[in-house]
Design a protein around this ligand. Structure first.
Ligand code: NAD
Length: 275
């Protein structure tokens, strides 16, 4: 049972990644992102999820420097965006991200979306950066099973992580099983369906039993399903609320009840039609 915020998933290359992190999508570069990260780190978070696309890597970098925790205790994820695919462009994109983040290395570097016809060349760049020691683990995001099979049929290093939209209304059952079989850690983006699942009656019922909030129930469900989760908030009280998901355990029955809320509903685009 995952019992505190310091606990980590063990990735397929032996690197440890915290089960819970802070997402910073749509968080403004500068004061807003710096303040959110400092609040999170102060509360106990060690993992931060950003991307070149979020245009806040500079602020994330400043927060890393100023948060008072040694760099090696933090776990920083960033991603290569869709217009920077290809071998050379991805190498360049990584260097740009690394400089903005003001760090010697990145813990996890992901292909943000599976751009058709491009992601294999991009992956070769990630493999090189990994072998050269600039990245501790490499992975993908928004990959369906067919994208993973296609990539793995041709690559040297199996992705360590697949970060996908995942919440009670989109449980990604087949993808989750496939990733488990292949040793790829599933990671949930939009774990709260951007706020929608907190209004769910079933989740509210379970929450009242444990005197927890609906968000805490959903995030607890993530970790009990062995899915890494990265809820986003810029409000300190919610950042703290979202980490208080330890010291209680949902029953098997409650886990199944939440699973059964699935309706294959996305808040974001389907990777097959987006890129
Ligand atoms: P989320 O599901 O984390 O929802 C965030 C929203 O939920 C907040 O803006 C807030 O309005 C609300 N919220 C947060 N805590 C709450 C609480 N305790 N109670 C009630 N409401 C609460 O959605 P997200 O930000 O889209 O996803 C999380 C992170 O995943 C992002 O910040 C980003 O880092 C990552 N992400 C990745 C991709 C990708 O393509 N790889 C796409 C989207 C997001």
């Amino acid at each position: 049972m995952v019992d505190n915020i310091k606990e980590c998933a063990l990735l397929n290359n032996g690197v440890k990644m915290p089960w819970l992190g802070l997402g910073v999508y749509k968080v403004q570069n500068g004061e807003e992102v710096i303040h959110s990260i400092k609040s999170a780190v102060n509360a106990g978070y060690r993992s931060i999820d950003t991307a070149a696309f979020y245009e806040n890597e500079e602020g994330v970098g400043q927060a890393i420097k100023e948060c008072g925790v040694p760099r090696e205790e933090l776990f920083i994820t960033t991603k290569v965006w869709n217009d920077q695919h290809g071998y050379e462009p991805a190498l360049k994109a990584f260097e740009e991200s690394r400089k903005k983040l003001k760090t010697d290395y990145v813990d996890l570097f992901l292909i943000h979306w599976p751009v058709t016809g491009m992601y294999k060349d991009t992956w070769r760049a990630l493999e090189k950066l990994y072998k050269d020691g600039y990245i501790r683990a490499i992975g993908v995001s928004n990959f369906h099973i067919h994208h993973l099979k296609d990539l793995m049929g041709d690559c040297e290093i199996t992705p360590a992580v697949n970060q996908v939209e995942f919440h009670p209304y989109l449980t990604q059952r087949n993808l989750h099983s496939f990733c488990r079989e292949q040793g790829i850690q599933l990671e949930a983006w939009g774990p709260l369906a951007r706020g929608a699942v907190v209004k769910d009656k079933i989740i509210q019922e379970i929450a009242s039993k444990y005197k927890k909030t609906p968000a805490q129930i959903v995030l607890r469900w993530d970790v009990q399903k062995q899915v890494v989760t990265i809820p986003k908030s810029v409000q300190e009280y919610r950042i703290i609320e979202n980490m208080e998901i330890f010291y209680f355990e949902l029953t098997e029955d409650e886990m199944k009840k939440i699973d059964s809320l699935n309706r294959d509903e996305r808040t974001g685009p389907n990777p097959d039609t987006f890129v």
